[in-house]
Each structure stands twice: as C-alpha cells, then as structure tokens.
Design a protein. Structure first.
Length: 85
C-alpha cells in the first residue's frame, strides 16, 4: 500500500508507528534476520541482547542514543566479538 500522507504525519500517531515497526520486523524475520522486540525504553535491552549475541558472533547495533554507547562500553569485555555501533 502506498502512503497518501507525509511520513512525519503518519509516524506521529503511536498506533501507526507501532504497526509499521511490527511490519518491518516481520519482513526482516522473513529475510532471516534475528529480531528482538522490546516494550518501552529499550536501551538496556538492546545492549544486553547485543552482549549475549556477541559472545558467538559480531553484532551491529543501530541507534541514535548515546546512552547505548555508554552502556555498551560498560558491559563489554575483551572476550566479546566486535560490536559495530
């Protein structure tokens, strides 16, 4: 379906935004991407999940929040694989 309004007007509605997030997530899972959803503020959940996964393989963490960088620096150790932020 093609969007008939401006992206910003669509995403300002929390219900639209959540449905869009779940849609993108389902498409990523179909493509074989390992995906985790979090309720509320997800900084710690993202970092703890990345730290668990990076014990086995490298991880890419995408975010705009410097809190995640600080949490990653705090929780990582030399035994972890590479994390790209």
């Amino acid at each position: 379906m093609q969007l008939a309004m401006k992206k910003k007007a669509f995403l300002v509605n929390p219900r639209n935004k959540q449905k869009f997030i779940y849609f993108i997530g389902s498409e990523l899972e179909k493509a074989g991407v390992n995906l985790h959803h979090s309720a509320g503020d997800a900084d710690y959940y993202i970092v703890s999940t990345a730290c668990i996964i990076t014990k086995r393989t490298s991880v890419a963490v995408v975010g705009e929040d410097t809190d995640m960088l600080v949490l990653l620096l705090h929780h990582l150790s030399p035994r972890h694989h590479v994390i790209f932020l």
